[in-house]
Ligand binder design. Structure first.
Ligand code: A3P
Ligand code: MG
Ligand code: MG
Length: 393
């Protein structure tokens, strides 16, 4: 068996073509101790409005407002308003890293020499300040979530485009042909199910702290609040952004990201087998998504076959692993994080040339290793000219 993180390079023998390096994804290769992961800190935020326009502020942040615990409990009709009060985002628009780059551009001055500079990080050579960004990886939280769950994923592959520019490694997902075909052929029931996830947010969130949710309005999935975070996985400094559902004004700490709450819906479960399957599959995705940005709690609404939510359950992110710790077919956070660290090392050593028009495309399909291909300019290049030019000034 190959070792985790080692790439496959054939011996230079006669008539044997040297295969391009690839990275295996088998869970067994990544079961070491949990790697270092710096407590994520929020660097800033931005909002996208109903027209999907960027604003460098928290205007789209909503406030956690669950039904009163002494009352009758929830009875949310998640199908209400579908499809007449639904404004879905245009999924044909490939936004890539654009909104995050917009934030980076706005903050690049302050980015170099901002915040605390703890001496431990300084001693390790990961100091925050001039030059930090040049050594960092910039991406979306959602892309990292996919990396974390890769060793356990059996259904959907992914492609990540990578470019190095001024030292920084940028990672931007590319929709696979299979994912595109699935999206274009999405069955009506799945479309409605997607709506229901957003409708649940509307029942659970208020626009102002202390006020109540208003489920009478439209569900517009262009609107988003995004947190921008800094962390480090092993030796990889990270700057990533993720969409945040809401903040809890009553949280023990009002400091982001620990005040943030992730909302989720799931099918109501009735048998131990259904719960087991939920712990093995859904909880892994929930954990990966919320662990990365340090969101401490996921609040689940369980819907019945008619689309009504009558029960809620809070899953603390740091307790999710307990549900599968003793399950032979469960998942392991160390495997997820070790694989992610191995992929980031693989990407860092593969993308050597500093060139915003050059793209290394990392591709993965379940059952296989991560492979690489090289491209220039369209259609894979993703760092926009306005970003490259502004950063070159
Ligand atoms: P649920 O996951 O609660 O059903 P998020 O939970 O990440 O905040 O996303 C909000 C909702 O967007 C989801 O609610 C779901 O309805 C929809 N959604 C997110 N990712 C999706 C995906 N990959 N495929 C389909 N729907 C998705
Ligand atoms: Mg969300
Ligand atoms: Mg959510």
């Amino acid at each position: 068996k190959r070792e985790a993180g080692k790439t496959e390079v054939a011996e230079p023998r006669n008539k044997v073509p040297c295969p391009a390096p690839s990275l295996p994804t088998d869970p067994a290769l990544y079961s070491g101790p949990f790697p270092f992961y710096r407590r994520p800190s929020e660097l800033g935020c931005f909002s996208l409005d109903a027209q999907r326009q960027y604003h460098g502020d928290a205007r789209a942040l909503r406030y956690y407002s669950p039904p009163p615990t002494n009352g009758p409990g929830p009875n949310f009709d998640l199908r209400d308003g579908y499809p007449d009060r639904y404004q879905p985002r245009d999924e044909e628009v490939q936004e890539r890293l654009d909104h995050l780059l917009c934030w980076l551009l706005e903050h690049r001055g302050r980015l170099e020499g901002w915040g605390e500079n703890d001496s431990l990080e300084k001693n390790l050579g990961y100091s925050w300040g001039p030059g930090w960004l040049a050594g960092a990886i910039v991406t979306w939280r959602g892309h990292l979530t996919k990396l974390l769950t890769t060793p356990y994923e059996r259904q959907e592959g992914w492609q990540l485009a990578a470019s190095r520019f001024q030292g920084t490694l940028y990672l931007s997902e590319v929709e696979t042909p299979a994912a595109r075909a699935q999206r274009l052929a999405r069955p009506p029931l799945l479309r409605e199910l997607m709506y229901m996830g957003y409708k649940f947010e509307q029942y659970m969130c208020a626009d102002k702290p202390g006020s109540s949710p208003d489920p009478s309005g439209e569900v517009n999935t262009n609107v988003a609040f995004c947190s921008v975070l800094r962390s480090r996985l092993g030796s990889h400094p990270l700057l990533f952004s993720g969409e945040v559902d809401c903040t809890d004004p009553q949280a023990p700490s009002t400091q982001p990201p620990t005040c943030y709450v992730e909302l989720k819906t799931s099918k109501e479960m009735h048998s131990p087998g259904q719960w087991r399957s939920f712990y093995r599959h859904k909880l892994l995705k929930w954990w990966a998504q919320s662990f990365l940005p340090g969101v401490p709690n996921v609040v689940a609404g369980f819907r019945n076959p008619e689309g009504f939510v009558s029960s809620l359950k809070t899953f603390p992110t740091m307790e999710m692993f307990e549900y599968v710790r003793n399950d032979r077919d469960g998942w392991n956070p160390s495997v997820c994080m070790n694989f992610c660290a191995a992929f980031l090392s693989f990407a860092q050593s593969t993308v050597v040339q500093d060139d915003p028009r050059l793209v290394h495309l990392f591709s993965w399909e379940p059952g296989g290793p991560v492979t690489v291909s090289v491209h220039r300019d369209a259609p894979y290049a993703f760092l926009p000219i306005w970003y490259v030019e502004a950063m070159t000034q």
